[in-house]
Ligand binder design. Structure first.
Ligand code: NAG
Length: 295
């Protein structure tokens, strides 16, 4: 009896410990305000107060309201954006909002050429260095544009931020997007520029190919220089707007929590661990009882 109790106690303590390990959260979202960049023709963010006063009981009470175009600032796209009747924000599957992340650093290339385009070769080079892109990943393409976000002219490489024909920024080729879709079953693509498509290509090949396969697109992301090439998970939780085609969304990465409650449970059930605990428990009992129980 004592043996069993000590065994269970040891397993509980040891298995619970890694579950309590600290994890780290990384912000991947820019803040949203009236000065946030929106594409010309898409209404920008506007918030106003509805109530802001002390009520009859002396309690402060504040409510605002806001209106905003669905595509601007850090936001996500769902299939309805590029296909009539396709999945909207209400129908978009919840399991496609979380995925193991990889960060493809293209900031050196994009710094030299604002028309830089990610090719399949670039992705294969990344894999040579960092290992295979896991199936079903969130692939974040970092063009090094995060720091330019608040400077609309620099972000769009134009003097005229009202004329989208003049916009230039790096993008992802349709070939690379299709490779990620077909060969790596990519779940999410994210970019720190306004779009994974070239601003000059109104056939939107990347949007069309990906959204029709339920791949979520994240745009104008805030990708910090500290984000590693892999070893994190991307999370977001877009609100369930009926008929919505996209929405400003809090996106973040989580890392260091790979030993979660699920693996703690596996740890408890592991036969190797059971035997090891039994051995330790028997030693403890031996010491405590001076060998009387074993005898
Ligand atoms: C913002 O919303 C308020 C309240 O609805 C409205 O009066 C104002 O005209 C709006 N501003 C813009 C720039 O749309």
């Amino acid at each position: 009896m004592t043996w069993l109790m000590i065994t269970i106690l040891i397993r509980t303590i040891v298995c619970a410990f890694p579950a309590a390990q600290a994890y780290k959260l990384v912000e991947l979202t820019h803040s949203l305000s009236p000065s946030t960049l929106f594409w010309p023709g898409v209404p920008s963010f506007n918030r106003s107060l509805v109530v802001a006063s002390v009520n009859q009981h002396g309690v402060w009470f504040e409510i605002g309201k806001f209106s905003v175009g669905e595509h601007g600032g850090t936001h996500i796209d769902v299939p309805r954006h590029f296909k009539q009747g396709a999945a909207d924000l209400n129908d978009f599957p919840l399991d496609r909002t979380i995925a193991e992340g990889v960060m493809i650093d293209c900031s050196a290339e994009a710094a030299k050429n604002y028309n830089y385009a990610v090719t399949t070769n670039k992705l294969k080079e990344w894999e040579k260095k960092n290992g295979r892109i896991p199936d079903g990943a969130a692939v974040l393409v970092n063009f090094g544009y995060t720091a330019k976000f608040s400077n609309h002219q620099a972000f769009l490489n134009t003097k005229n931020v009202r004329d989208d024909k003049t916009f230039r920024f790096p993008f992802v080729t349709a070939q690379a997007a299709l490779w990620l879709l077909n060969e790596r079953k990519m779940k999410i693509i994210g970019v720190d520029v306004p779009s994974p498509d070239s601003p000059q290509d109104k056939s939107y090949p990347v949007h069309v190919a990906l959204l029709l396969k339920n791949v979520m697109i994240m745009e104008m992301m805030n990708i910090p220089k500290s984000l590693p090439a892999r070893g994190f998970r991307v999370h977001c939780a877009p609100i369930r707007i009926v008929d919505g085609t996209g929405v400003q969304t809090r996106i973040y990465a989580m890392m260091g929590d790979n030993i979660d409650a699920g693996s703690a449970r596996l740890c408890m059930q592991s036969p190797v661990f059971f035997v090891a605990s039994l051995v330790v428990a028997s030693a403890v009992v031996d010491i405590l009882t001076g060998g009387r129980i074993r005898g």
